[in-house]
Ligand binder design. Structure first.
Ligand SMILES: [Zn+2]
Length: 475
């Protein structure tokens, strides 16, 4: 099915689509707050998340009117979400579309607000051929555009499947309670039996679009050590008392070489797949289309690891990581802290056991000091995922992307995690998940000045329309 007129449709609806994106960007649905113990800040965060699903519900209503039903999912066991359905014919299969409506924090001082004429990062503006604002490409803009694409198919009688959609508000925080959200949606009569799932939440490097087939999992943890009951006056106890913050930093330094990138924890990479066969071929095929130097520059990477025993793509997609994100407490004046805590993450790949990795890290740290502990919530570990691409929907997806971008996509990994994908694999084991990229790696998803090129929005709409429109065709 060829749909040249999607271009025309996009152009004719451009202002309306951009207006809808602006409406939802304006809702400050930041995934986290800077102090989880501050009730006021937590309440403000929660209000933003509740407001964004209400806004999404209103948007769906204004796009589809009677043709769609939607249900706002709110209760204490999960973050707010929205589920909905566009029913065509009960005898046809149902495709589930997933997106997320929470966004990363956006400290305004780093944004070029004045240059873009924005009041704050949530005041979306059209700047030349792109839209700028927190969430334009990750992931609110793509949700709105996908909905308009579905509307196009519906209006032109070209939607050969039923559609369900599910949006969560916790993706950027590792999708806490996502299983409860899905359960809740099922209790309301949705998400019974999707035949396949379309996940619109990935980006691609360079010029070649991708279908994502591997995601790393993530363990968000803390390294903790308490040595004294309270902070100590350094004038009184300095020269005697051991400083736990120094101990943690020194112990961590035995685990990773910060310049080579080598992780020196025995067994930390156990379970990683051997880079051979199809996996190796796809890495080579992707790296041929990937200008590493350019991507590093555009990504703002000033210095990279000197250890090159694996290729950069292999290290970003197929190898585990250990990162330090800061040590607390900070700003304690001249006191010796009683306790210290380092925020860390460990990313891991399918085949590895996250519990085992955390244990091995703790073992190594305890060689330095026996009381150091690695603490994390097992419920918040996001799963690592490998997607089997043998199902015919992947060929349809590749054809759709080729149609939209004029280029055949490559199968690629991503270094990050999307919590929902692992859970969907468990709940809907027979439904293949298609992770179709919609934006560029340098769109600033989690950084300042997040943008989405309007041409990419248009191609995303074409990809979605072509893909869904081809669902009725014989394989
Ligand atoms: Zn995202």
């Amino acid at each position: 099915m060829v749909q040249e007129d999607v271009d025309e449709y996009f152009s004719s609806k451009r202002d309306e689509i951009i207006g809808h994106i602006k409406d939802i960007i304006g809702v400050k649905s930041v995934t986290s707050c800077d102090d989880e113990n501050d009730a006021e800040k937590v309440a403000k965060r929660d209000k933003g998340l509740e407001d964004v699903v209400d806004t999404a519900a209103a948007l769906v209503q204004s796009i589809f009117g009677e043709r769609a039903t939607s249900y706002v999912l709110k209760n204490d066991s999960h973050r707010p979400g929205i589920v909905g359905r566009i029913k065509v014919d009960p005898s046809l299969p149902t495709v589930l579309l997933y997106a997320h409506l929470d966004v990363m924090p956006a400290p305004p001082e780093k944004w070029h607000l004045e240059e873009y004429g924005m009041k704050d990062p949530f005041d979306m503006q059209v700047v030349k051929d792109r839209i700028v604002g927190r969430g334009v490409s990750d992931d609110k803009g793509p949700f709105v555009v996908a909905m308009h694409g579905i509307k196009y198919l519906l209006e032109h009688d070209r939607l050969p499947v039923n559609i369900e959609f599910l949006c969560e508000t916790g993706e950027e925080s590792g999708s806490p309670g996502f299983d409860k959200l899905v359960e809740h949606a099922q209790q309301e009569g949705y998400l019974k039996n999707p035949s396949s799932i379309l996940v619109g939440d990935t980006k691609f490097f360079g010029d070649t679009p991708t279908l994502t087939t591997t995601l790393r999992g993530i363990i968000t943890a803390r390294i903790e050590l308490e040595l004294h009951k309270k902070s100590l006056h350094s004038g009184l106890w300095g020269g005697v008392a051991v400083n736990p913050e120094e101990v943690i930093n020194a112990a961590y330094a035995t685990c990773k070489n910060p310049l080579t990138g080598e992780i020196m924890v025995y067994g930390f990479s156990d379970g990683t797949p051997r880079l051979e066969g199809e996996l190796k071929n796809s890495l080579i095929a992707t790296s041929e289309k990937f200008d590493l130097k350019k991507e590093l520059d555009e990504g703002g990477v000033g210095e990279s690891f000197t250890n090159q025993s694996f290729s950069a793509l292999a290290r970003m997609w197929m190898r585990p990581t250990l990162e330090c994100h800061g040590t607390r407490p900070v700003n304690i004046g001249s006191a010796i802290p009683g306790a210290a805590c380092m925020d860390i993450t460990m990313r891991y790949v399918n085949g590895q056991d996250p519990t085992d990795m955390a244990d091995k890290l703790q073992e190594k740290l305890q060689k330095y000091h026996p009381e150091i502990r690695v603490v994390y919530d097992p419920d918040e570990v996001a799963e690592a995922v490998t997607i089997d691409t043998s199902h015919p929907v992947f060929e349809k997806a590749a054809a759709a992307i080729e149609h939209a971008h004029g280029k055949r996509p490559v199968y690629a990994g991503i270094g990050g995690s999307i919590g929902s994908v692992g859970l969907f694999q468990k709940v809907f084991p027979d439904a293949p998940q298609v992770l179709m990229s919609h934006s560029l790696a340098n769109d600033g998803h989690h950084g300042p000045n997040e943008k989405w090129d309007i041409v990419m929005a248009e191609r995303w709409m074409k990809s979605v329309c072509h893909y869904l429109g081809s669902m009725g065709e014989k394989e």
